[in-house]
Design a protein around this ligand. Structure first.
Ligand code: SF4
Length: 233
């Protein structure tokens, strides 16, 4: 499922949540050349012909946002609007994502948003395993450069990139450690818009993010302690 498929609806902000997150979502330290390096990655992505998806794209979609973001959001792949504009999550699902971010006091400038594959699969089909493999070095590098405190995966394919074999219906909203980074899987905003029940599920999952970040501030880097305190799946 890609980002342009469904229409969004209202999603309100909460002042107490905003206050919590404003204290806990400070920018991560990053090397002085992070932005330049992310730009270099984006440059390589725009020229990339490493898989057949390059042949059908209008624009590659490297990702955008704060190069020192504490929170990184990773979707599955560009949809129609993203391919047209070369930007992630700019269709109806993207507008819903903006509302979800606003509900916890954030904007796109506070986070970094990208996808597992950087070029649109034809007819918004799921990316093939070999396409995901071809694109993997770009996402690996983006994660290394940004070094976020928290990664939020949006959709089943994005979750599977980190944790294959899990059902998103079972683990959405529950954090887990991946290579020392806390990761929280969520439904894709497009799926949530399509299904009114999922809509409230993703809204509630998003509202837990400030609490997860606050707990990350309070606990040390010991993976066992993090797993215990965050009730990881
Ligand atoms: S999807 Fe990734 S690997 Fe394939 S052409 Fe686009 S940037 Fe290259």
């Amino acid at each position: 499922m890609t980002s342009s498929d469904y229409e969004p609806g209202p999603c309100g902000a909460d002042d107490s949540v905003k206050s919590t997150i404003s204290k806990n979502i400070g920018e991560r330290p990053a090397s002085a050349d992070s932005m330049e390096s992310l730009e270099q990655v984006a440059h390589l992505i725009r020229k990339c012909i490493d898989c057949p998806l390059s042949g059908g794209r209008t624009n590659a979609v490297p990702g955008e946002g704060n190069p020192k973001a504490a929170v990184m959001l990773i979707g599955e792949g560009p949809g129609f609007q993203e391919d047209r504009q070369g930007r992630p999550f700019v269709g109806p699902a993207g507008r819903f994502l903006d509302e979800l971010l606003a509900s916890i006091g954030l904007s796109r400038n506070d986070v970094y948003i990208t996808n597992v594959v950087k070029c649109r699969p034809p007819d918004n089909r799921d990316p093939l395993p070999e396409e995901v493999d071809s694109c993997k070095p770009y996402l690996d590098t983006q994660i290394d450069l940004i070094s976020p405190k928290l990664i939020v995966t949006l959709g089943r394919h994005s979750m599977s990139w980190f944790f294959p074999g899990y059902a998103i219906s079972k683990v959405h909203g529950k954090p887990r450690l991946w290579n020392g980074i806390t990761m929280c899987p969520m439904y894709h905003p497009a799926a949530a818009l399509h299904n009114p029940n999922l809509r409230s599920v993703i809204q509630n999952d998003f509202k837990e993010l400030p609490n997860i970040l606050a707990r990350l501030e309070d606990i040390n880097d010991d993976p066992e302690e993090q797993t215990k305190q965050l009730s990881m799946f």
